[in-house]
Design a binder for this molecule. Structure first.
Ligand code: G16
Length: 542
């Protein structure tokens, strides 16, 4: 019933910021998927007879990998697997299912916001029993195992029907095909005041939710249109497609430009939002105003008590290091803890589990809370709607009042994508080498106060993560941060994060790139991006 297959290791199965992401043809190499999944299982202990969750964002190759994973889970001794119907589970929904059904862990099949299709991206991520991404200790063990693996085990069974809800069996292991939306929608009803949001919508408030042909389509339809009464047509691009309709399912101002243009137009709706490939990211645009993810985190944290799920207040806020300091000011006012972690949602898990943080967020369009252990795109949309339903003001007013109270953190990220990896590594190495000489020097009229290579000391498990990004802080609180993306699949992506704090409300109406112009020039002077890469402008500005 089970067979052991001899295999040889691949040397490139190192999980990045969020799991293993590669082009589909890489995953299609002989035993590539099997090697990785076996390496995951070999790095875990005590799962015999336990429950595993499997689901993905529906991208090309999702269905094939679900079948392989099911047969390998059976051969490795799992007792039961819960699979989203059609192999679909958004990342936050998968996190919820793992928690709700006390599963041992889960395999989330996604390359998130990266494009999908036969020559595009695929990914596999392992989540632990708290519903969150495996911590570095486990991802390192998986990588180590993948370099020495000699065999894997798999059930000799036919593919099973994953499209019909119900229980079936694969080589003695129970497989339950579950509704991917129901548990998640129930959780959202617990956290938010659906009556208040329904009233707001009934009063004429209009919205648009763009699923970018990715996984949140069915979730948006059910929650926004069916349960909250938004009119049909509120959800657009809601049919998940294996290639996301040929688009980049990344909810930013470049790839969701249609939504942005609509929201800036005179007859646009009151509120617009989009989510990404696997449903964990969010883009929030009020009528006439784009809310940066860093600002959204701060504004949600400042107003969260208006939603039933957070009425007791927040224990603390956590943000990734490159995320702006806007949320820090909210934490200061609320007199709650503020934690700065490396990029990667996995670093929030310990803080959430320990009850130290309630809300977390990242500049990369991610916000979430202790309701699951992943960032959650629709959750952010619903919290915004709940706040607007209670306050009965526009998103623009929420933002303006927030800035008037706390000051404004002008913020932008400049990405240089598809850069030669050696050149990108040299740029970072050179920067690292320069760090001790930078403080006290002036660039573009700005004086550098401190410069370092960010290292995180986890306050819960005391683990240390080094080399998490180069920070250059200027006198007055502005800063630039440089790091290499850990989610790309071709070449390297250099990310430059630029931030200026502006306390003066008379200066809260500036155009962002203009407000940051001297810092952007300073970043070039400090890092020599053009000299290292030949690029004189970023590929994406968000
Ligand atoms: C992943 C991680 C996030 C991270 C983002 C960008 O998001 O879960 O924590 O901020 O990648 O990472 P990087 O800057 O290394 O590319 P997602 O939505 O891709 O899963």
């Amino acid at each position: 019933m089970f067979k052991t297959v001899a295999t040889t290791p691949y040397d490139d199965q190192k999980p990045g910021t969020s799991g293993l992401r590669k082009k589909v043809p890489v995953f299609q190499q002989a035993n590539y998927v099997e090697n990785f999944i076996q390496s995951v299982f070999d790095s875990l202990e005590g799962f015999k007879g336990e429950t595993l969750v499997i689901g993905g964002d529906g991208r090309y190759y999702n269905r094939e990998v679900v079948q392989i994973a099911l047969k390998m889970a059976a051969a490795n001794g799992f007792g039961r697997v819960l699979v989203g119907q059609g192999g679909i589970l958004s990342t936050p929904a998968a996190s919820n299912v793992i928690r709700k059904y006390k599963a041992f862990g889960g395999l989330v099949l996604s390359a998130s916001h990266n494009p999908g299709g036969p020559t595009e991206d695929f990914g596999i991520k392992y989540n632990i029993g708290n519903g969150g991404p495996a911590p570095e200790k486990i991802t390192e063990a998986i990588f180590a195992r993948s370099k020495t693996i000699k065999q894997y085990v798999i059930a000799e069974a036919a593919d099973i029907d994953i499209d019909t809800i119900g229980k079936r069996d694969i080589a003695g292991m129970t497989v339950e095909i579950i509704d991917p939306v129901a548990d998640y929608a129930a959780l959202m009803e617990e956290l938010f005041d659906f009556d208040a949001i329904r009233d707001l919508i009934r009063s004429g408030f209009t919205l648009r939710f763009d699923s970018m042909h990715a996984v949140t389509g069915p979730y948006g339809k059910e929650i926004l249109e069916r349960r909250l009464g938004a009119k049909e047509g509120t959800c657009v691009n809601f049919v998940p497609l294996p290639d996301f309709g040929g688009h980049h399912p990344d909810p930013n101002l470049v790839y969701a430009k249609d939504l942005y243009d609509l929201m800036m137009s005179a007859d646009g709706p009151d509120f617009g939002a989009a989510s990404d490939g696997d449903g964990d990211r969010n883009l929030i645009i009020g009528k006439g105003i784009f809310i940066t993810p860093s600002d959204s985190l701060a504004m949600l944290a400042a107003n969260a008590h208006l939603a039933p799920g957070y009425k007791a207040g927040l224990k603390g806020i956590a943000r990734s290091m490159p995320t702006s300091g806007a949320a820090d000011r909210v934490a200061e006012k609320l007199k709650i803890g503020m934690y700065e972690t490396p990029t990667g949602w996995k670093f929030f898990g310990n803080l959430l589990d320990a009850g130290m943080a309630t809300i977390c967020g990242e500049e990369s369009a991610g916000t979430g809370s202790n309701h699951v252990r992943e960032k959650d795109g629709l959750w952010a949309v619903l919290l915004w709607l709940n706040i607007l339903a209670v306050r009965r003001v526009s998103a623009m007013q929420v933002a303006r009042e927030h800035w008037a109270t706390y000051g404004r953190n002008y913020y932008s990220r400049h990405d240089y994508e598809g850069v030669d990896s050696d050149a990108a590594n040299r740029l970072i190495d050179d920067l690292r080498g320069k760090l001790p000489t930078l403080p006290g020097t002036s660039v573009q009229g700005l004086t550098i106060a401190t410069a370092d290579d960010f290292a995180y000391h986890d306050p819960v498990d005391k683990s240390v993560s080094d080399h998490q990004g180069i920070r250059v802080l200027f006198e007055g609180g502005s800063r630039v941060v440089f790091r290499l993306s850990g989610t790309g699949t071709s070449g390297a992506t250099i990310r430059v994060y630029v931030e200026r704090y502006e306390p003066d409300p008379k200066r809260h109406d500036l155009e962002t790139q203009g407000a940051l112009a001297d810092l952007i020039r300073a970043a070039e002077d400090i890092a020599g991006i053009k000299a290292h890469t030949g690029r004189d402008k970023p590929s994406v500005i968000t």
